[in-house]
Design a binder for this molecule. Structure first.
Ligand SMILES: Nc1ncnc2c1ncn2[C@@H]1O[C@H](COP(=O)(O)OP(=O)(O)OP(=O)(O)O)[C@@H](O)[C@H]1O
Ligand SMILES: [Mg+2]
Length: 486
C-alpha cells in the first residue's frame, strides 16, 4: 500500500537528489565546517592574545550574529524543504508524459502539458529562489558585522600602538588575521546554515529507511497468535484446496471495505471462474491469496494451512500468478520465464513445453530464447506479453508443475483461436493444478468446474456453470445475457 499511496516521482526524487546530497555534499560540508571551526579558534586566539581590548567588541558582534543565524537557519531549512518537495511533482509529471505521450499527441494536448510542466518547474524554482534570497540576506548582514569586528580590531591596535604595547610587526599580524576572520565568520555562519539545510535530505531518506518491511507488517498484523513456520513444507501445496473464510480487507484506513466477508471453498484441482462487474473486488481477491495486502479479518487456508503462517517468499514461490497487467522485465525471453534469481531448475525442454502450451512457440522460435526484451516489454504486443507471463506461470520448476494457478484476465488481449487453445490447456484434464481464473469474456464459462460470481466484495452466487446457466434467474445468466454471448 506504500506504493499505492506514494507518487513514484517522490520516490525517484529521494533516490536521486537526496541520495546525491547525502553522498556528495553532507560529508564534505561536515569536514569543511570542522576545518573552519579550528581555523577560527586559532585566529581568534591570536588576535585576542595581542589585542585583548577586542573582547569588548564581542557582545556587539556575537548578539547580532546569533540573531541572524537564528532567523536564517529556519528560513533556509524550510525553503530547502519546499524546494525538495516541489521536485517530486516534476518527476511524476515527467514520467506520466513519457508513458502517455501517444495520448497527449493524439488529443493535441501538448500545450496544456507544457504549461503544466512550466508551472511545476516554476514552483520548484520559487523554493530555490527563496533559499538563495535567505542566504544572500544573511551574507549581506554578516559582512557588515564583520566590518564592525575589523574596525574594533583596528581601534584596539591604534590604542595599543599609542601606548607602545604592540610592535608594528605584531600590529600587522593582528590586522591581517582580523581581516581573514571577518570573512571566516561569515563563511562559518553560512556553512552552518547550509549544513543544516542539507540535513533535510538525510531526514527525508531516514523517513524511508524507517518504513516497515512488507514481511514485518504481515507478521505483526496477521500472526500475533500464530507461530510462523520455518519454511513451507515440501509436500505443500499437495492438492491445491483453497478456503477463504469471512475475509475483510480495505486498501486504505478509513476507506470502505473492498472485500466484505468474502467466503468460498474450492476443492483441489478444480477449475474455477471468478466473474462479476468491474470493481467488485476480483483482482483484490487474487492479491490477498498472494498476501500482497494484509487482510483485516478472516482466514485464508490452502490445503488446510493458514497462509499467514508462512514466510512471504516461501508462499509466493508456491503459488503461480498471471496478473491483469502483464509485467515483463528487461532481459531475455529465457530470463523472463526462468527468473534471474530462481533456485528451481527450469530445463530448456520445460520452457519450450510452456511456450507450446500458450501458443507462443512459433513466435519464439523465430526470435530465439535470448531475444532481448525492452523496458516494460514494449517490443512485444500486449497479447504476446500476456502469453509470456502465462508461460512463466505454468512452466515446470524444479521438476514440479504448479499446484495453484491464479489468472487475472490472462487472455483478455488475445485472438479468439489462441484464447480457445490456451483455455483448453489451462482447463484441460492434463493440468492438475487448481486454477482460479478471472474472466470477463464468458464464452469459455462451460469449461470450468465451478463459477464464483462476486458483487461488492462478497460472493453472490456459486455453483457449476451448467446448472447456473439452466436457471434463467441466476446472476451468471444475467452476466452472459449482458455480454451477449453464450
Ligand atoms: N491499489 C488500490 N488502492 C486503493 N483502492 C483500490 C486499489 N486497487 C483497487 N482498489 C479499489 O478496490 C475495488 C476493487 O478493485 P479490483 O481491482 O479488485 O476490482 P476488479 O473486480 O478486479 O475490477 P476489474 O474487473 O475492472 O478488473 C475498486 O473499487 C477499486 O477502486
Ligand atoms: Mg481486476
Amino acid at each position: 500500500s506504500f506504493f499505492d499511496a506514494t507518487p513514484s516521482g517522490q520516490i525517484v526524487n529521494r533516490f536521486l537528489q537526496d541520495m546525491a546530497n547525502i553522498d556528495q555534499f553532507v560529508p564534505d560540508k561536515v569536514l569543511d565546517q570542522l576545518k573552519k571551526t579550528l581555523t577560527m579558534i586559532t585566529q581568534f586566539a591570536l588576535v585576542l592574545y595581542f589585542a585583548p581590548y577586542v573582547l569588548v567588541s564581542l557582545p556587539i558582534i556575537v548578539i547580532p550574529y546569533y540573531y541572524i543565524f537564528k532567523v536564517v537557519r529556519i528560513a533556509a531549512r524550510d525553503t530547502r524543504r519546499i524546494e525538495a518537495i516541489a521536485h517530486s511533482p516534476v518527476y511524476t509529471q515527467f514520467q506520466d508524459v513519457i508513458s502517455g505521450k501517444a495520448c497527449i499527441r493524439a488529443y493535441g494536448a501538448e500545450r496544456r502539458f507544457e504549461f503544466w510542466n512550466s508551472m511545476l518547474v516554476e514552483k520548484m524554482g520559487t523554493g530555490r529562489y527563496a533559499n538563495e534570497a535567505v542566504n544572500k540576506w544573511a551574507q549581506a548582514l554578516s559582512t557588515q558585522l564583520g566590518c564592525v569586528f575589523y574596525l574594533s580590531c583596528g581601534c584596539a591596535c591604534v590604542v595599543l600602538a599609542y601606548k607602545e604595547k604592540i610592535s608594528s610587526a605584531q600590529l600587522g599580524l593582528v590586522l591581517l588575521y582580523a581581516n581573514q576572520l571577518q570573512r571566516a565568520l561569515m563563511d562559518y555562519l553560512m556553512g552552518l546554515a547550509s549544513l543544516e539545510t542539507n540535513f533535510v535530505s538525510v531526514e527525508r531518506i531516514a523517513e524511508y529507511s524507517r518504513l516497515e518491511k512488507e514481511e514485518e507488517i504481515f507478521e505483526e498484523r496477521c500472526s500475533q497468535d500464530v507461530q510462523l513456520e520455518e519454511h513451507t513444507p515440501n509436500y505443500w501445496p499437495s492438492e491445491g484446496r483453497i478456503s477463504i473464510k469471512n475475509v475483510r480487507m480495505r486498501y486504505l484506513l478509513h476507506r470502505k471495505l473492498v472485500l466484505n466477508d468474502l467466503s468460498f471453498e474450492i476443492p483441489g484441482g478444480f477449475k474455477v471462474a471468478i466473474c462479476g462487474r468491474t470493481g467488485c473486488g476480483k483482482s483484490t481477491a487474487i492479491s490477498i491469496l498472494m498476501r500482497l495486502y494484509p487482510i483485516s479479518h478472516g482466514q485464508i487456508l490452502i490445503d488446510g494451512i493458514d497462509i499467514s503462517t508462512f514466510h512471504l517468499n516461501d508462499l509466493r514461490k508456491s503459488i503461480r500468478v498471471v496478473t491483469q497487467d502483464p509485467v515483463l522485465l528487461v532481459g531475455t525471453i529465457r530470463s523472463n520465464i526462468v527468473g534471474e534469481d530462481s533456485d528451481d531448475e527450469v530445463t530448456e525442454e520445460d520452457i519450450w513445453k510452456a511456450l507450446c502450451q500458450v501458443q507462443l512457440a512459433e513466435k519464439v522460435k523465430a526470435l530465439g530464447l535470448d531475444f532481448e526484451i525492452q523496458e516494460g516489454g514494449t517490443n512485444l504486443s500486449v497479447g504476446e506479453r500476456q502469453l509470456l507471463c502465462t508461460a512463466r506461470a505454468i512452466v515446470r520448476r524444479g521438476g514440479k508443475d504448479p499446484k495453484v494457478l491464479l489468472c487475472d484476465e490472462a487472455t483478455a488481449n488475445i485472438d479468439l483461436a489462441s484464447d480457445e487453445k490456451v483455455h483448453n490447456v489451462l482447463l484441460g484434464d492434463n493440468n492438475k493444478a487448481t486454477v482460479l481464473m478471472i474472466c470477463h469474456r464468458l464464452q469459455h464459462i462451460q469449461k470450468f468446474d465451478m463459477v464464483i460470481i462476486m458483487g461488492s466484495g462478497k460472493v453472490i452466487e456459486t455453483g457449476s456453470p451448467t446448472e447456473l446457466l439452466k436457471d434463467s434467474n441466476s446472476e451468471l445468466c444475467r452476466l452472459v445475457n449482458d455480454s451477449g454471448k453464450t
